[in-house]
Design a protein around this ligand. Structure first.
Ligand SMILES: Cc1cc2nc3c(=O)[nH]c(=O)nc-3n(C[C@H](O)[C@H](O)[C@H](O)COP(=O)(O)O)c2cc1C
Length: 367
């Protein structure tokens, strides 16, 4: 199959992509002490600089947003300096990189919280997946603490401050982690949002948190440098909504004109790609929500080069994000262009560890 559809440029707001092959955000839990990105992280991203766009891993906007051990943050001067090393390395190789801003909400663990208290959430509902402690132990999920109204305002402000710090660190833009059962998603969906105040109840009220962040972050960094990632029909962590179609149609409509791109995870792969066959029969989100969103759309999850071409040629999506294939193929763009085979990924080295399974995946033709 010819893959030329993936090789035309795309103007994503203020960012010009030379191709439509995007690196999906992937938490790799290899930051240094103080959740500071390291030289190894810079090398990993620089190896993948031929991507049309790199979306760097979910990064905590504040200490209490931290969700995983050794995951990076963007709230201290050392973290800004660490990320600067990463963005410099990627730009030096001619690439473009945005940072995914994340707050993990209820899926976090008290050992990661600065006060040792329970993780934060819109309501006190518990996840159905284990949490990871500061020292990488899998433990049962904890009951989170419902955040108060004043605290919500502080979290919105933290998103804005983190976005400003990301720009200071040299990123080309930021993406809000509104997918995969992170805090924004927990506010959106009524299975996790039982609030009775202005942030709960109607779909409009549940979307208020996201839309306030979009407004704040957009005015800080430019709406043309802001993307939003969502995962309609995703069930990660036990998240669910009583009317997914109505909720996400409304949310996506509200984002029109306020963001540079919408990034949708397909339902079949929302569980962080832990299985290739999950929800094989799920609706195609890009196709479903395309008529609602007027801007550019990136589609992600379980794509192969051929299905990526099909999605772009059918105009369901403008660009395709690859996760695991990019993890195992630093030269994914060249491999797709030349029709070279893709290297398999090693699941055992996804999270945590060292250079092995991180920067030691070879490029084509080099042992
Ligand atoms: C190791 C790993 C880490 C991930 N971390 C994140 C993350 O930080 N933020 C996010 O939005 N999605 C994350 N995901 C989901 C991916 O971005 C992507 O949606 C998923 O892997 C499906 O795409 P794929 O089939 O191309 O791998 C992660 C996936 C993997 C495999």
């Amino acid at each position: 199959m010819k893959h030329t559809a993936l090789f035309s440029p795309l103007q994503l707001g203020a960012i010009r992509l030379p191709n439509r092959i995007v690196m999906a955000p992937m938490t790799r839990m290899r930051a240094g002490p103080g959740n500071v990105p390291t030289a190894l992280n810079a090398e990993y991203y620089a190896q993948r600089a031929s991507a049309g766009l790199i979306i760097a891993e979910g990064t905590a906007i504040s200490a209490d947003a931290q969700g995983y051990p050794n995951a990076p943050g963007i709230y201290t001067p050392a973290q800004i300096a660490g990320w600067k090393r990463v963005t410099d390395a990627v730009h030096h190789r001619g690439g473009r990189i945005v940072l995914q801003l994340a707050h993990n909400g209820r899926n976090s663990h008290s050992s990661l919280m600065p006060d040792g208290g329970p993780p934060r959430a819109p309501s006190a509902t518990v996840a159905n997946i284990p949490a990871l402690t500061r020292d990488f132990q899998q433990v049962p999920p904890e009951m989170p603490r419902e955040v108060g109204i004043a605290e919500i305002g502080q979290i919105v402000a933290s998103f804005r401050e983190a976005a400003e710090k990301a720009m200071e660190a040299g990123f080309d833009g930021v993406e809000l982690q509104g997918a995969n059962s992170h805090l924004i998603d927990q506010f959106l969906e009524d299975g996790t949002n039982r609030r009775l105040d202005s942030y709960g109840g109607s779909p409009e009220n549940r979307a208020r948190f996201l839309l306030e962040i979009v407004e704040q972050v957009g005015s800080a960094v430019g709406h043309d440098r802001l993307g939003v990632r969502l995962s309609p029909f995703g069930q990660y962590g036990g998240i669910h909504d009583s009317n997914v179609l109505q909720l996400f149609s409304m949310v996506i409509k509200s984002l029109n004109g306020h963001i540079a791109y919408l990034h949708l995870i397909e339902g079949r792969g929302s569980e962080l790609g832990l299985s290739d066959t999950l929800h094989a029969d799920a609706l195609n989100n890009a196709r479903l929500f395309r008529p609602v969103f007027k801007g550019h759309l990136i589609s992600a999850a379980a794509y192969a080069p051929d299905s990526a071409v099909q999605a772009v040629e059918s105009a369901w999506a403008d660009a395709i994000a690859f996760g695991r294939h990019f993890l195992a193929n630093p030269d994914l763009v060249e491999r797709i262009r030349e029709g070279w085979p893709l290297m398999p990924y090693d699941r055992s080295t996804f999270y945590g560890g060292s250079a092995h399974g991180y920067t030691d995946y070879g490029v084509h033709g080099v042992a």
